[in-house]
Structure formats: C-alpha cells, structure tokens
Design a protein around this ligand. Structure first.
Ligand SMILES: [Zn+2]
Length: 419
C-alpha cells in the first residue's frame, strides 16, 4: 500500500515531536517534501506518532531456529557450547528450510518496527551448493519487504589458524579473492532496497595478514566493514597468545582510519581503548539481549563521551526480536554495571534521543543507508507507534515501556504494512 502524501498525528522531526506536518513521498520511495499540512491538497491521515524506521545493525537471522534449544542447561553451558549447537543446525539446512527461517525472522523484524537489517551473513554454502545462501537471504528479505544490507562475512579458518570445524565449512571462503568475487556476484543480484557490506568475521577466523587486505580493499570500494571484536574473554586471551595483541589493537595496527568500520560488541574492551576506537572514527553495535543470554558481560559505555553518540543496536541471535527491548537494556545494563541511573545521557542530561538514535540514525550510518531520520532525501522508511497522553514524555515511555502492541504500521521505501 502506497500514499503520495501522509499526514501523521505527530512526527519526530528535527529532534522533536511536532504536529501539523505532512510528508510527501516520491515514486522511487524517498521523502521528497516535508511541509505544513496546509501546503498539500490531499493526504492520508495516520493516527499515531511517526518515527524513522528502526535499524537492526547486527543480526544472524537463521538463529531464530535455535530459540529454546539454547535454554536447556544439562551441563556447563557457555558461548562455546552454544556455538556447537548452532553448527549442528546449519549442517541440517536445505535452501527451502533456510528461506523459511529467514522469511520468518525478517517478518518478525518488520512487526517489531525494524525497516532495515544489517544481516551479518556467514551461512554461504548449504546442501553442498557454494554461495547459494546469499541468494536465499536476499530472496527472503525481498519477500518480507525489509531493507537489507547483506554484510557478507569473510571467514577463512577455524579458530586462530586451526582447520575449520565441520560446521564452519558452511562459512569458509577458500581465499580473499574468492570472497571478493562472491561479493561482486551477489552485489549484481541485489534488487531495490538491497545493498552489500563486508564483514571479516573476527580475528579468530581471519588471519591478520588477510584481515588487512579485506579492510583495505573494502575501504577502497567504500563498503561498510563490520567485525565481531572482543565479545568473549577467551578470544582476547587467545589473540594475545597468538599475536601478542588484543583484537582491537590488531585492528589499530592495520588501519588508523576507522570511519567505515563498525565493531560488534567490544564487551571485554577497556574504556580507554573504546575511546581510542571512537576517536579513530569507529562505530559500535551493542546487542544487549544476546550478550546477556550468552553470559558475555556488559561493555563499558560510560567513559567515552564520543562513543555514546555512535552506538547502534542489533538483535544478533534474534532470541527476542525487539528494538525497544534492546534500547532499554542498552541503558539498563549500564545502570546495573555502574549502580547509577542515566549513564548514556547527552550533554543536556537527555536520554531518550540518545536511545532513539541508537535504534535508528546511528545504525543507518554504520550500514551506509540513507535512513534513520525523517528528512528530505532519506528513504521513506517509517514506524508508526501509538501516542500516549503525555506528549512530553512520549519517547521515554515508548522506549522504556513499549512493546510490539505499541507498533501499528511500518513503511519501507514508502510501501506500508499495517498491523
Ligand atoms: Zn554476531
């Protein structure tokens, strides 16, 4: 369903909730004009508050099929035990089953107000067919009408140079060249609302020499680069043993320009290195529900004022797909860590805009997508939410108390879906 001009009850525009504004949407799916309602002859009235569509900056959507399995604790269970279960799943997948799982995950995302997903995608080869997984994911995203940045994962070895585990064979590129050839191929198949990024999986699975090539080539091609960094203390210890450096220091040794680089997690990273990462231009995705579920820990987000404004959110293992939940736990885990309220506030003491940006604009920036903000020239990607009586505290109430029932519609490129 498409409308040329929409007239929401209220709209989040230029940093505040406003009324009386209408938005014109071009045939190509961009916002082409924002003006007073009196400037338009006809419009579609929308009840509720219009926000930029939520951006899920880090997802492994196939892991929705692991829900429940992860919660049976018969023996010592940790990240590494969970990972074995994930490998068992990928070995059993057919292309059709894979499509069904991704379609379910992307449809759930839409229902949760997510209009763009950064899919950190390593499930390249299934049923003995190399790279078929990339096409399956793009097909499922297209059918679910969600904007996708396929962050194609470069995965070259098992942990720290070890031969790949049976489950990891579904992810492996035989060389950096094969990986970039595959990126070019899948880029050629991307349709409307689809683009490509590069994701060297981690320093565990991409040797530093190859990591350097992948980073530099991606910078040359101006592709967003996403990498898992310092989620687990074991990864930090092993990197130290293998390279004599922490994972984040390895990255600093490769490039000092991190403007198109996004780290996922930084859970174990000391605050001074998080700050250095931010000063070099790097962005951060935090995934509070997954990090809690896997017992990873809580990153120190209190001490880098710069990083606070560059955090985005991801549903990661997709255990519970809710950006509102991720946003509130971004702040709540910091409160538990530092035993204080209001950790992620901006200079003026405001929290709600920081959290809203983490759900929208910052994620769009890390994925190089013109979205996350309601402004002329941006994609017409929206989420419509129910209004509360207290307009002043509406955004805080939404983030700290809202759930799926609060969300009444989404639009991707001007194509609406009502719930
Ligand atoms: Zn991840």
């Amino acid at each position: 369903m498409r409308f040329d001009v929409i007239y929401p009850q209220a709209v989040f525009y230029k940093g505040k909730v406003s009324t009386g504004l209408a938005i014109e949407i071009s045939k190509e799916g961009y916002i082409s004009r924002i003006d007073n309602i009196s400037a338009f002859k006809e419009s579609k009235r929308l009840e509720g508050l219009l926000l930029p569509g939520f951006v899920n900056a880090h997802s492994h959507s196939f892991q929705v099929a692991l829900r429940g399995i992860k919660e049976r604790f018969t023996e010592k269970d940790d990240f590494w035990k969970w990972r074995k279960k994930m490998y068992n799943l990928v070995t059993s997948l057919s292309p059709q089953r894979m499509y069904d799982i991704y379609f379910k995950a992307f449809s759930e995302m839409k229902r949760a107000g997510i209009t763009t997903v950064g899919e950190f995608h390593y499930l390249h080869h299934i049923s003995g067919r190399r790279w078929i997984g990339d096409e399956v994911v793009l097909a499922a995203a297209k059918d679910a009408n969600i904007r996708i940045v396929l962050l194609s994962v470069c995965y070259l070895t098992g942990d720290f140079g070890a031969p790949p585990h049976e489950g990891q064979k579904h992810f492996i590129s035989t060389s950096v060249k094969e990986f970039f050839d595959a990126i070019e191929r899948v880029g050629g198949k991307a349709s409307k609302n689809q683009s490509i990024g590069v994701a060297p999986h981690s320093v565990r699975t991409v040797p530093v020499k190859e990591l350097s090539i992948v980073v530099k080539e991606s910078q040359y091609q101006r592709l967003p680069i996403h990498i898992h960094l310092e989620e687990q203390s074991k990864e930090v210890e092993e990197a130290r043993k293998f390279y004599g450096k922490r994972p984040v220091e390895l990255l600093f040794s490769i490039t000092r320009d991190l403007r198109n680089v996004t780290a996922i997690h930084l859970t174990q990273t000391p605050p001074e290195l998080i700050d250095k990462f931010a000063r070099l231009g790097g962005n951060l995705v935090v995934c509070p529900i997954t990090e809690a579920n896997l017992g990873d820990g809580v990153p120190d987000l209190k001490h880098s004022g710069l990083m606070k404004n560059k955090i985005s959110l991801g549903t990661d293992s997709c255990l519970n797909i809710s950006m509102l939940e991720e946003a509130r736990w971004l702040e709540l885990t910091q409160r538990l860590k530092f035993r204080r309220r209001g950790i992620l506030v901006d200079e003026t003491g405001e929290l709600e805009i920081v959290l809203l940006n983490a759900m929208t604009l910052n994620g769009a920036n890390t994925l190089s997508v013109v979205s996350g903000s309601i402004e002329v020239g941006a994609y017409a990607d929206f989420v419509l939410v129910k209004m509360t009586d207290d307009v002043e505290d509406m955004l805080s109430a939404l983030i700290f108390s809202g759930d799926r029932s609060t969300i009444t519609a989404t639009a991707v490129g001007g194509e609406w879906e009502f719930y």
